[in-house]
Write a protein that binds this ligand. Structure first.
Ligand SMILES: *Cc1c(COP(=O)(O)O)cnc(C)c1O
Length: 381
């Protein structure tokens, strides 16, 4: 669904044709499993909620609009969305995966997809020549940019030129920047994935996932997948995410401006060895970010002087939460090595530089002075 209005306006979820009879401003929660028919041959357009539900359809239309996609399919989690995309492939197909991905995706590829005969190669899409990895049976390149947690930035447009010319799909997990800051389909990607749990829902209160595409055939296969396998998003979760999206643009702006201040502040600390944030001019991906995204996001990875120092921070934070996940209004601090990336093989962790002194911040929308004060306080304990 392509509307000719601003992103901020699209977030308000205008009337997309699935109007309820009372014209409610807050789209109703159609909490029903099934829909009746008045007679044989007549139907309302909805049969059974695993297949379609008005609240979910409204959400899918809104989310498709945010990514400038013809179609968005909602799933019960980000991982259900990733696995639906993997179901597009068959035994003997080959997929090139970026070396720095969300740990759950790495686990899915290594522990589930390989069992079903899909082959994987691991590459650094931000710096390597990907054409060297393409084989006869290569079907897709799968990446995140910026990556989780090392913030490598891949030039989507440049890679899309290669994948297009070789008949390979380009799949981008766009969770980290949200559609507010980056639209991979506009840059030539074929499929975009979101963990809706993160910025899109935005309040750490529900789990959901989305796949967007402009390819009719792929969209049909994804619909068949959700209907058949059944990892559909519930009406209530669909409604929560619709509600979260209303403030997506303002949340992203505030979280990003907080993140820029915090990244600068961390750089000044003698206890911090390295700050990895693509909004810092010295970040190797800064220029590509400027070209392909409208912002830098609010995820910061930083390395402190020792494992003990990292542990001290995690054990003493009060204003931040020591928790997995990202993209909500509250600031979270994560320890990738034991949390988000616990399922990643040790050699790959080492290769990526994910060590026991590395911390990841999902910067929220609190008062930035409070966040800086909290960092100073835990650093000086
Ligand atoms: C969280 C996350 C996922 C998985 O999403 P869930 O909603 O937790 O299932 C996938 N990709 C990225 C980048 C994530 O951060």
């Amino acid at each position: 669904m392509k509307w000719d209005v601003s992103f901020e306006t699209k977030c308000q979820g205008m009337d997309l044709g699935i109007q309820d009879q009372y014209h409610a401003i807050s789209f109703p929660i159609y909490q029903t499993a099934t829909f009746s028919r008045s007679r044989l041959g007549e139907e309302s357009g909805f049969d059974y909620t695993r297949q379609t539900n008005p609240t979910r359809s409204q959400l899918e239309s809104v989310v498709a609009g945010l990514e400038n996609a013809e179609e968005a399919v909602a799933f019960s989690s980000g991982m259900a969305a990733v696995s639906a995309v993997m179901h597009l492939f068959a035994p003997g197909d080959h997929v090139i995966m970026d070396m720095d991905l969300y740990g759950g995706s790495v686990r899915l590829f290594n522990q589930v997809c390989k069992k079903y005969g899909i082959e994987f190669s691991t590459a650094d899409c931000s710096s390597e020549d990907i054409s060297a990895y393409i084989r006869e049976n290569t079907k897709a390149v799968y990446l995140e940019t910026p990556t989780n947690p090392m913030m490598h930035v891949t030039d989507i447009e440049k890679l899309a030129e290669l994948t297009r010319s070789r008949g390979v799909l380009l799949i981008v997990d766009n969770t980290f920047l949200s559609p507010y800051f980056q639209n991979p389909l506009d840059l030539g990607a074929d499929i975009v994935i979101h963990s809706g749990t993160k910025y899109i829902a935005g309040h750490h209160d529900t789990i959901g996932g989305f796949v967007m595409t402009n390819d009719r055939d792929i969209a049909d296969k994804l619909r068949l997948n959700v209907t058949t396998i059944g990892a559909c998003l519930s009406p209530f979760d669909s409604w929560l995410i619709l509600r979260g999206i209303r403030t997506l643009a303002v949340r992203m702006d505030r979280a990003e401006s907080n993140a820029i201040r915090i990244a600068e502040h961390l750089k000044q600390s003698p206890h911090v060895k390295k700050v990895i944030y693509p909004g810092l001019k010295e970040h190797p991906g800064y220029d590509i970010m400027k070209k392909q995204a409208r912002g830098f996001g609010a995820m910061i990875t930083f390395e402190v002087e020792s494992r003990e120092f990292a542990e001290k921070i995690l054990n003493n934070v009060q204003l931040f939460y020591f928790a997995e996940s990202l993209g909500g209004t509250e600031t979270l601090i994560t320890y990738p090595i034991t949390q988000t990336h616990a399922a990643v093989p040790k050699e790959l962790l080492e290769k990526n530089g994910i060590n026991d002194s590395l911390l990841r911040l999902s910067v929220g929308i609190e008062g930035v002075e409070d966040l800086i004060g909290e960092l100073d306080r835990v650093f000086s304990i």
